[in-house]
Design a protein around this ligand. Structure first.
Ligand code: CO
Length: 496
């Protein structure tokens, strides 16, 4: 066996273990009975340990070093080795005791967060979060960074991203989006009351499945189930699962989670199955992953052409609720801009203020310029400043998101990156596929999916996020695309 084949076989084995954990995780979120929780946690911890051992063996290290000097490899193989070696070296930086301490602190913080959120009592959570932040600061040192300690956190989700670049990006958000949202707020608000009537859950489900099929989601290589927090998971590119949730009194939840998770799933289904377990078979970064979900959710799903083809079927399913509603009314309702308290239900413009606030807080926490005890006040001030809303309690404020209790610092910015990449990619798709909108208007999204497959999906991790953006659009990430999209769309919606 050649060294490269040996490498491939080890990577396959690691993937087998990790995807087996993913199946158990999926089951835990969907069907597992409550009493299954204790042993499930143990099973997942055991598999995580095995994967870590397989990923850090001396054998793999030697193999990767020797392959990294092998000039007979193809360009793609060389990229795989480079990527795997980087990951190997990062894995080696963690001592077993650190991993165990981190994992224990996360379990404790998560428990405390759940209780604190239920009772809206930040002080129950604060000591555990303090411990976790301390470990995260240590982790930054362990992983190493050149410019800013927060870079080390970011790079776990968005390789090569820099705090300094995000500061420039979010300065644009602040300077341009704040003023634009103020202009919208000065206009009369559109009506969306018909989205909150009674919608039968089974009928909603049926409609959502129809939307997924229309997007090109392959039900022979996936399935949809219900979970309290919608997500996408995959065990290989031929088994990519999505979940959704239905709320009888709010049609938004099902529609947007179906399209959003569908976008994530199309990316995973489009990764080359022959590259299983290798970087060339994996997604690039969370920002690029999110660009795929948001492109479908916002640029396609919240557009008029999309509902010109789909609204009549929705009307047929819910004739009473929509008897006096036009496609234009429906389009306006799904694009209401209104500053609010909760990130996950925010509109596509004010959403980025929620991220901006979290970015500023995380950066300050990680570099040590604020401490955990300052968080609620800091949070509430920022919400007043950027969104103009008073935070009534911590449950609806600093305690709303699960991320920090999971130790996920550096994750939030990838949501905004996703929207900005999506706007730039979609602008390019419109340029390269002149009939794109008229085809969407006929219910045909295949030209778009084919384009995304060719430009993004089939490459796996061959490009970095920055390289992919350059490859697709000829320039680096540029916030102006998002702003141009927003200006055009919302100027029409709000008669600016
Ligand atoms: Co997403």
């Amino acid at each position: 066996m050649t060294n490269y084949l040996k490498y491939k076989s080890i990577m396959n084995k690691i993937a087998d273990v990790q995807y087996s954990s993913a199946v158990l995780n999926w089951d835990q979120e969907t069907y597992m009975p409550p009493k299954g929780a204790a042993f499930r946690a143990q099973q997942l911890a055991t598999l995580a340990g095995i994967a870590h051992e397989l990923s850090t063996t001396e054998e793999l290290g030697h193999l990767l070093i020797s392959l990294s000097q092998d000039n007979s490899l193809s360009e793609k193989e060389k990229r795989n080795i480079k990527e795997s070696l980087k990951k190997y070296n990062d894995n080696k930086k963690y001592t077993t005791s650190f991993v165990e301490e981190l994992s224990k602190s996360i379990s404790e913080a998560f428990q405390a967060w759940q209780e604190a959120k239920k009772t809206s009592n930040f002080s129950l959570y604060a000591p555990y979060l303090e411990k976790l932040v301390k470990l995260k600061r240590e982790e930054c040192k362990l992983l190493g960074y050149v410019e800013h300690p927060y870079d080390a956190m970011l790079n776990q989700y968005e390789p090569d991203a820099k705090t300094a670049d995000l500061e420039v990006l979010f300065a644009d958000v602040r300077n341009q989006l704040v003023a634009f949202v103020k202009k919208i707020a000065a206009k009369p608000q559109n009506n969306d009351s018909f989205m909150y009537l009674h919608f039968d859950k089974d009928k909603q489900w049926e409609f959502g499945v129809g939307l997924l099929k229309q997007m090109g989601y392959d039900f022979e290589a996936g399935r949809q189930d219900i979970s309290s927090h919608p997500f996408t998971t995959n065990f290989n590119s031929e088994d990519v699962r999505v979940t959704t949730r239905t709320n009888e009194n709010n049609l938004n939840e099902m529609i947007w989670s179906c399209i959003h998770e569908g976008g994530h799933a199309l990316y995973e289904q489009g990764l080359p199955v022959s590259e299983y377990g290798l970087p060339s078979g994996e997604y690039i970064s969370l920002g690029i992953h999110e660009s795929q979900s948001r492109l479908w959710e916002n640029n396609v799903g919240r557009s008029l052409p999309y509902w010109n083809t789909n609204f009549s079927s929705l009307q047929k399913i819910f004739p009473e609720n929509f008897k006096n509603v036009s496609t234009e009314d429906f389009y306006k309702a799904m694009n209401i801009v209104k500053p609010s308290l909760i990130r996950t239900s925010a509109d596509e413009l004010t959403y980025h203020f929620h991220i901006l606030i979290r970015f500023e807080i995380e950066k300050a926490l990680i570099q040590g310029s604020i401490e955990v005890k300052d968080l609620p006040d800091y949070w509430n001030e920022k919400y007043k400043e950027y969104l103009g809303v008073e935070v009534p309690n911590d449950a609806q404020g600093v305690l709303q998101d699960i991320h920090w209790s999971h130790g996920s610092f550096g994750y939030f910015p990838t949501y905004s990156l996703g929207s900005f990449y999506a706007a730039q990619f979609f602008a390019q798709a419109l340029k390269e596929i002149p009939e794109l909108e008229s085809e969407i208007e006929k219910g045909n999204t295949k030209p778009l999916l084919d384009w995304l497959r060719e430009k993004v999906h089939i490459h796996g991790k061959y490009y970095t996020a920055a390289e992919l953006c350059l490859f697709i659009t000829g320039e680096k990430l540029n916030f102006n695309y998002f702003m141009a999209y927003a200006t055009k769309k919302y100027s029409r919606l709000y008669h600016l």
